[in-house]
Design a protein around this ligand. Structure first.
Ligand code: NAP
Length: 304
């Protein structure tokens, strides 16, 4: 099958790119391995996506944009690309049972938050364990929480959470921070932010919901339990670039480098959403990236 534009990944970025590209008159195929929505499909309630004053169930974000895009002719193939050939014309999308082609490709495979890999972390995700303070922080208003990590995300999250949580304990495995000193200084000046430095998380307490976080002080070898209802894990993200890591330029953190039109280093190849170098990883920013990438891809196919 040949399309004008192939989109790899069906999260908010890919689906919105599909909406804009199909509505712009191109033949567009989106390849998605699992189900529409990407990471957001696993989020119970999205409270900060504009236009939904009562919030929207995560799964509906993807399914609604998909329905809207299909109305304009987007074709969704439930197949995961096993390889991509991006430096040929047309570009090739390798699938388990065949090979498709396209004039332009938009990469929207997203990113996963890195996990801690400690006992019960998966089981309690959504029940007190979160990987996104901007998404889930409001559920912990008036409660004590912990943030794990010492980078910009962890300290920014701690500052954000301190506005409405009773206390925020930053648990960091070293004494020194990777985060910008201006953020660290501000967090030290914030009365309801405490620090557990040189401490590593061991496990969680609580049956069905987090009631505490057990941490080990590496200097004293003493373990203790922080009584918290929420644990925000901010130990970095992993962009899903396995398919393209040797094809397009990545930055130090492993995100695809794009310009403001979402162009990668390869003509006719774009990246949108959490997979690219972006200052904010939210549904709204992923959708915006998808719209920009599709508009640029439409211009590309018009000239090639
Ligand atoms: P990051 O800079 O990679 O920091 C990850 C933190 O998690 C580090 O402090 C690391 O400790 C810790 N960590 C890693 N694995 C761990 C584990 N298994 N257990 C406990 N701790 C662990 O990630 P990030 O903070 O998400 O930032 C990613 C990028 O986005 C950075 O380039 C950052 O500058 C940027 N960013 C910028 C802003 C901004 O406001 N400008 C906001 C957020 C993010 P060590 O320090 O010991 O390695």
């Amino acid at each position: 099958m040949h399309s004008d534009i192939a989109i790899i990944g069906g999260g908010p970025a890919g689906l919105t790119a599909g909406l804009y590209a199909a509505r712009g008159g191109a033949s567009v195929t989106l390849y998605e391995e699992l189900f529409p929505g990407g990471q957001i499909a696993k989020t119970p309630l999205v409270e900060n996506y504009p236009g939904f004053p009562d919030g929207i169930v995560g799964y509906e974000v993807g399914s609604t944009i998909q329905k809207q895009a299909e109305k304009f002719g987007l074709k969704v193939e439930y197949a995961g690309a096993t390889g991509l050939v991006l430096d040929e014309t047309p570009k090739r999308i390798l699938l388990p049972d065949r090979e498709d082609t396209a004039k332009a490709v938009i990469l929207c495979m997203g990113a996963h938050a890195r996990s801690l890999g400690i006992p019960r972390e998966d089981e309690l995700t959504g029940a007190g364990v979160s990987y996104c303070a901007t998404c889930d922080g409001a559920f912990f208003k008036g409660k004590a929480v912990a943030v794990i990590g010492g980078g910009d995300t962890a300290i920014s999250d701690a500052l954000y959470l301190s506005r409405f949580c009773t206390s925020v304990t930053v648990v960091h495995r070293r004494d020194e921070f990777r985060a910008a000193s201006v953020l660290v200084e501000k967090s030290k000046e914030t009365p309801n932010i405490q620090f557990a430095l040189s401490c590593i998380p061991l496990s969680f307490t609580g049956e069905k919901q987090v009631e505490g976080l057990e941490i080990l002080d590496k200097k004293t070898s003493i373990a203790r339990v922080l009584p918290v209802s929420g644990v925000f894990v901010a130990v970095g993200i992993k962009p899903q670039t396995d398919l393209v890591k040797d094809l397009v330029t990545l930055n130090e953190g492993g995100s695809i480098v794009t310009d403001e039109l979402m162009k990668t280093n390869i003509p006719g190849v774009y990246a949108a959403g959490d997979i690219r170098n972006t200052p904010l990883r939210q549904v709204i920013t992923a959708c915006a990236d998808g719209a920009v990438a599709a508009t640029a891809a439409l211009e590309f196919i018009a000239c090639h």
